[in-house]
Design a protein around this ligand. Structure first.
Ligand code: URA
Length: 492
């Protein structure tokens, strides 16, 4: 056996020098013992190459390898597998006779070298991601900082340029079981191996870091397998945030459910105004293209102007004669309307029908619609609980309501509840004042504001129910007064 010795495990210059001499001397791979570190007296192996070169009968004149091999070898040499040095030497020799060898991905030696390179690159990437510096006691803004890291391969010096570039103005040390890096803000020194006890085990910043990590952890996006692939468990022991991972995972399902249940955050008003201006600009063209109620109703079925279409069963467009004297505008379809595809057919609809007939009005002569055409709800178990539409949703849906009003051209519009009033007038204040006022839409159409029938359903005590119902019926009678054609028994 011929010994070839490197100064360190990833000593590429040493390997290159030795490999070249061995190859030029014609030494076959199986005759070489690759050793790392200082020579021991009376070692197991035979003499070094200089002393044995004379034994070699036939040598080569020169060596050629593609650049790709040099790049591959510089990475592979960092692998912890002791066989990497022999593998590279074997590849070097084979490349002399097979210059295109590296292109043969299925070749055993090539595949093994590529797999080693991949593993080394991954380890370098993980080191750049998972080194956590801790301030040494009394450290200033720029350090000194110390990090403890346990790489899988001999990558310390290979990864150094990332840290000197990224943390150039700081003073830092990275300690590992293989060796250490020390940067003083100007020069890098490679030092001996260290132990975990040599590095601080906490610093003032770590509490902030843990808080930040917990804050950015998104339980709704948790994919444990992908997370472990990206942040392998073997690195966890040196990551301050790792102690949070188990409790965060354990609570993820509950937190994700809470997020789903939580009302969406409203975008700032100025975004809504901007979106509405943009929608209006595009909407005018679209509206012009929808020349009939039928075309509009059909187009509304595919509406995606806001998010509500994602969960609702279908669009619930308005219904009624297009020559109706009155348009009633509710808030949005409820659970039953969403399933039936018709407005006001559920409990609120029944209350509405009862009040209409008590006021002597014929619903069949009115056009009935909603400010928002999709059902908005929260899921509680299997139940879909109504949720109020927000301003953005109301504004997005105003496009359809305007079209409906444009086709029907009623003599009177009646808003049922606050959302309808908001949609028709932008009024966001109390309904009580609006109920008494003489209102008009922008185009001059008279508007009468009253409560929503479901308000009557929600009232807790019987006395309030009776009183408010009577007021609602009185409002509807006022509607009949202003639009006699709506009255039951009137000739159509
Ligand atoms: N509530 C409304 O506002 N509209 C409906 O269609 C049903 C309930």
């Amino acid at each position: 056996m011929i010994a070839a010795r490197l100064a360190g495990p990833a000593d590429f210059a040493g390997w290159r020098r030795e490999a070249r001499r061995l190859a030029l001397a014609g030494i076959p791979p199986e005759a070489v013992a690759w050793l790392v570190g200082e020579a021991e007296q009376g070692g197991l192996f035979g003499p070094a190459l200089e002393e044995t070169a004379a034994l070699v009968a036939e040598g080569r004149a020169e060596l050629t390898v593609p650049r790709r091999f040099l790049e591959l070898a510089q990475t592979v040499i960092c692998h912890r597998d002791p066989e990497r040095l022999g593998l590279l030497y074997r590849l070097l020799l084979r490349l002399q006779a097979e210059p295109g060898l590296l292109e043969v991905a299925v070749d055993g030696d090539v595949a093994r070298a590529e797999a080693m390179a991949k593993s080394v690159r991954r380890d370098i990437h993980k080191m750049t991601a998972f080194v956590r510096f801790r301030a040494v006691e009394g450290a200033g803004e720029n350090g000194p900082f110390i990090a403890w890291f346990e790489p899988e391969h001999f990558i310390l010096e290979r990864a150094a340029s990332f840290f000197t570039g990224r943390f150039r103005v700081m003073q830092w040390s990275i300690l590992t079981p293989q060796g250490s890096l020390h940067w003083d803000g100007a020069a890098l020194q490679v030092g001996p191996a260290a132990t975990k006890a040599d590095a601080p085990d906490d610093d003032a910043m770590e509490a902030y870091w843990r808080t930040y990590y917990a804050g950015i952890f998104n339980p709704a996006r948790l994919k444990i397998k992908a997370m472990k692939a990206e942040m392998p468990v073997k690195y966890w022991r040196n990551l301050p945030e790792a102690e949070l991972i188990a409790p965060l995972i354990a609570g993820a399902a509950r937190r994700a459910e809470e997020m789903v249940m939580k009302a969406p955050t409203l975008p700032p008003e100025r975004h809504l105004r901007q979106a509405s201006r943009q929608a209006q600009a595009g909407g005018q063209e679209e509206a012009a293209a929808l020349g009939s109620w039928e075309a509009a109703a059909k187009a509304a079925r595919g509406c995606t102007r806001c998010e509500l279409h994602c969960n609702a069963t279908q669009t619930v467009f308005g219904e009624g004669p297009l020559d109706a004297p009155v348009v009633f505008v509710g808030e949005q379809p409820g659970d039953q309307e969403d399933l039936a595809g018709k407005p006001f057919v559920g409990p609120a609809g029944q209350m509405f029908d009862r009040a209409l007939s008590e006021a002597g009005l014929d619903r069949n002569r009115a056009y009935v619609t909603n400010a928002v055409k999709h059902f908005k709800f929260q899921l509680r178990g299997k139940r879909r609980i109504h949720e109020k539409p927000n301003v953005g949703e109301i504004k997005a849906c105003k496009f359809w309501l305007d079209l409906e009003l444009g086709f029907v051209k009623p003599a009177l519009v009646v808003s049922l509840g606050a959302s309808a009033l908001r949609s028709l007038t932008g009024h966001a204040g109390a309904l009580a004042q609006a109920r008494e006022a003489d209102l008009k839409l922008e185009d001059g159409t008279p508007l009468l504001a009253t409560v929503h029938p479901s308000f009557l359903l929600r009232l807790p005590d019987e006395e309030a129910k009776r009183r408010e119902y009577a007021r609602f019926v009185a409002d509807l009678k006022r509607v009949g007064g202003r639009a006699p054609a709506l009255k039951l028994g009137q000739a159509a």
